[in-house]
Write a protein that binds this ligand. Sequence first.
Ligand code: HEM
Length: 476
Amino acid sequence: MNIAATPSTLREIADMPAPKGLPLFGNLFEIDLNHFHQVLERWADQLGPVYSFAIGPRRMVALADPEAMKRMFRERPDTFRRTRRLADALAEMRFTGVFSAEGETWRRQRKLVAMALNTAHLKSFYPSMRTTTERLLARWQRAARDGADVDLCADLMRYTVDVTTQLAFGIDFNTLETEGPVIQQKLDKVFPVLNSRINAVFPYWRHFRLPRDRQLDAALADIQVRVNAIIADVRARMAADPALYEAPTNFLEAIIAAKEAEGIEFSDDDIYGNVCTLLLAGEDTTANTIAWAVNFFIEQPALFARARAEADAVLGDSPVATDVDKAGDLPFIEAFYNETMRLKPVAPINAMEPLEDVELMGYRIPRGTVIMMLTRHMATDEARFGHAKTFDPDRWLREAPVAGCPHDTSAYVPFGTGPRFCPGRNLALLEIRTVLSMLCRNFDVRLAPGTPPVEEHLAFTMMPRNLTVRLTARTN
Ligand code: HEM
């Protein structure tokens, strides 16, 4: 709600509950950025659904109220936006794409991205995804045969990048079968630095470089070479087959065609930025979600057995789902990953800021104030989901509500919601179903011996740290 329409009895941010902090530093020393979401969730338990906190001189607001959060998600791009800090940090890396764009620029880019990732495309794309899944299967069969430890997130990122580049750019990187350095090892440098820059008290990197900034610079230079090569390849393909300008077959062809079309303005920077955006947006998110689900497979053998029974029945003799309908016909595995994303969403917090002074929960929030939305907190609230902290996939399978056991799916937004909800959702879900069914159809899985406890680690996305596993050919 615009402030002009609200009564003057609004309270100010200074009136909000707040964790005790130090003069000048605020709560800086209580915030470990790799566990930022957990700190914010703990404060919400102690202070309630809206409170403020400070990192140095910057005062921010944290919000755990479902209705207020949903309103913010909905009122984009006109009243709320992603934070300027995020947009600036991404722009400094030349990653200006649909994720950080705003206003008209966002609308134009969003249309192309949504079209490229829509369900009709996914159906015709599935044979390529199946081939990539068979490569992952072969990689894991080798590891099983050799008794080798598998760094699960790293292998899954090879998978997700291979899928994204094929679908969105029509290029088969095949990093799953590549020895030596691959682009993922460069992309890996981006999110941790982004996470620290958007929360930094002082933008030191604009004045001097620490070792990790220099590492990032080197990684960005490498990414630039590789991404420019992709764009050059696709341009050459289009020059050889001009019909692709009229009927582009993927996102990159579509944005290049739109750049050439009269009246539509995409710069070379827009093209470069969006290629990087899709690479990044599709990599960690899906890989980490699959990895969290595998961790639940390990922790819950009885549920793993049910997932396996379902995969056996649906996949039949094939080690990988043969078509998109089979991959879609896995209700228990679907409940399993829904429950995984409720408890271990890769985006447990989402940051936004208002474009004008607004009212939220009886407070006046000045334009530009960073608001951290605690979306996992809402999905693990007893008022929204019964036995909210328990991993229980069956809650997603009940046909009728159980008395005293709420199941409020509107409080479950792992892909965001509103006009900017994740356009990669259907692709991600297809990847998740295909890989999880392949894994339980073919392998037994356990933690590698000596692995320290698996823990949540936030580096822009939330990943399972220490998830090294041993895969063995299934025995039953
Ligand atoms: C399990 C996997 C994934 C999760 C949990 C996830 C989650 C999210 C979330 C929470 C947002 C912000 C939504 C909002 O602001 O309302 C988002 C945005 C976005 N995601 Fe995903 N994502 C996943 C996979 C993907 C994939 C595979 C792609 C594409 C290859 C993708 C592309 C994007 C893009 C382009 C945006 C920005 C949309 C915009 O601002 O209009 N994501 N995602």
